[in-house]
Design a protein around this ligand. Structure first.
Ligand SMILES: Cc1cc2nc3c(=O)[nH]c(=O)nc-3n(C[C@H](O)[C@H](O)[C@H](O)COP(=O)(O)OP(=O)(O)OC[C@H]3O[C@@H](n4cnc5c(N)ncnc54)[C@H](O)[C@@H]3O)c2cc1C
Length: 456
């Protein structure tokens, strides 16, 4: 424990908190601070497992009094660097979603995962604009903007936020909406960290119960035909279609379904907001491009939205690097497959390209801090889960791919897609320059002493 805090002081904090408080060395730290990315092991001076807004206020006041930097974690899906000092507020106990009968606003507590929001919304014939994985924390995700399987139709998730309740650096509980503290509201919609701890988020849901969607899998021999068809096709689809592709190396292990085990395949993900017949008609050029060995596309309730990407839901060591792309074309496919295609033996389990644009490219009335609105594609490389490769091998091999596709890489990106940040310059690229400067001013206003640790 840091010299600045005594066991008596920690005991005092424990007495003021309804949740749990652990100091470095306590048995409870590992479980409370555990991350979805198990390569990251946090070891802060103090961990507060908050149960309530009052707990968060006490924790923030304690940290300010003892000059401890404050971190916040819900699920650890966004954990990229170990926390080695300060106070970690864990929100994992603060779960809950309420949707007012007849209304369209979900009030979502700090530690809630998307799955719970999707379920609660479905009971009202509604759906939230989620990310690809329903296991991710709703608030951490939304603070970065949030691009998911319905984003071309409905925009970023943060576009649907109508209010935040936030514990600020001075230990106050404030509201941030279009009318109340609009500068903080602007910053929290995309600015991600360093502003306060969000204890509740009010999210507008959309009246949608079914989509036509799912995944198509193309075997190694058909990857090129399917990818070339997809790149042409995305330039023709309406905004009611959101899609992505992932080159996936499925490991030859029992946990992977037999049909996919050990294969190097292209996974095309598709979501159409509309009826089955029209959804099938629009998808036909992809189905016709090559034979899919697995076709899982069909009508589905929006409560199954997580099955479209079928992201891993078990914790494990993770390394990824992301960026956004300018418009891509057949030349891009040639360069990309020359480096990452079947002939290569790179240590990536997946390389994903998402088609965005559509509603996601439209700025909201009053604006948001979201980065990467204008780039039409994202690209993320997900390394093999071998921590020994994270420091050198994976960054080098990702540089090799980047060198081949450099002409298509956009200057700007989005913080949720950045992955492991190597430099402050890379971090800054997650927002347009003017938004980055405005965010710095908002952080100075709301956290003048930099209590909330954020950024490299
Ligand atoms: C499998 C997987 C799938 C993903 N899919 C998508 C996707 O489809 N679209 C997309 O946009 N992103 C996606 N992401 C990225 C994801 O949105 C970010 O990693 C996000 O930060 C995760 O939030 P979390 O709360 O679950 O993670 P955590 O690691 O718990 O939190 C990450 C950060 O969020 C902030 N934060 C969390 N809670 C609070 C709070 N209450 N108050 C203030 N700040 C807070 C903090 O800065 C914290 O460090 C995915 C990530 C993974 C691992």
């Amino acid at each position: 424990m840091a010299a600045a805090i005594t066991l008596e002081e920690v005991a005092g904090l424990r007495g003021a908190i309804s949740g749990v408080v652990y100091a470095r060395g306590d048995d409870g730290v590992a479980g409370e601070a555990a991350c979805f990315n198990t390569a990251i092991v946090h070891d802060p001076d103090v961990v507060v497992g908050a149960r309530s807004t009052a707990d968060v206020v006490e924790a923030v006041r304690f940290a300010a009094e003892h000059q401890l930097p404050v971190y916040v974690q819900a699920t650890g899906h966004g954990a990229f660097a170990p926390i080695t000092s300060g106070l970690l507020v864990s929100t994992r106990r603060m779960t809950g979603v309420s949707v007012e009968r007849g209304g369209r606003i979900a009030s979502i507590s700090a530690g809630t995962r998307w799955g719970a929001v999707v379920e609660a919304a479905a009971r009202h014939g509604l759906t939230p604009i989620t990310g690809s994985s329903t296991n991710v924390g709703a608030i951490g995700y939304t603070l970065g903007g949030g691009l998911g399987p319905l984003s071309r139709t409905y925009g970023f998730t943060a576009d649907w936020v109508r209010g935040f309740t936030v514990v600020t650096a001075d230990g106050r509980v404030v509201r941030a909406t279009a009318e109340a503290n609009p500068d903080l509201f602007w910053a929290l919609r995309g600015g991600k960290g360093g502003l306060g701890i969000v204890v509740e988020m009010d999210l507008e849901l959309v009246p949608l119960t079914r989509v036509y969607g799912g995944g198509l899998f193309f075997d190694t021999a058909h990857i090129e035909d399917a990818l070339r068809a997809w790149v042409d096709w995305v330039h023709t689809v309406p905004d009611t279609v959101t899609s992505s592709v992932a080159l996936v190396r499925f490991p030859p292990i029992d946990e992977v379904p037999e049909a996919l085990r050990g294969k190097f395949a292209l996974h095309v993900r598709y979501a159409f907001v509309g009826g089955e017949a029209e959804g099938e008609r629009i998808l036909a050029p992809i189905r016709d491009a090559a034979p899919a060995f697995l076709d899982l596309v069909g009508e589905m309730p929006t409560s199954q939205i997580g099955s479209i990407h079928n992201d891993a839901d078990q914790p494990g060591p993770a390394w990824d690097r992301g960026m956004q792309l300018k418009d891509i074309d057949q030349r891009f496919v040639t360069e990309f497959l020359a480096r990452a295609g079947a002939g290569s033996d790179l240590p990536f389990i997946a390389i994903e390209i998402r088609h965005i644009g559509g509603a996601a490219a439209e700025e909201q009335h009053g604006g948001t801090a979201i980065g990467g609105r204008q780039a039409p594609f994202t690209l993320v490389m997900l390394g093999v889960p071998v921590p020994e490769l994270f420091d050198e091998e994976l960054p080098q091999k990702s540089d090799y791919i980047v060198a081949g596709i450099m002409p298509w890489i956009a200057d700007e990106t989005n913080i949720n897609f950045l992955g492991h940040v190597a430099s402050t310059q890379q971090f800054a690229s997650a927002w347009p320059a003017d938004a980055f400067d405005r965010l710095a001013r908002a952080r100075t206003t709301w956290d003048p002493d930099r209590l909330f640790a954020y950024g490299p």
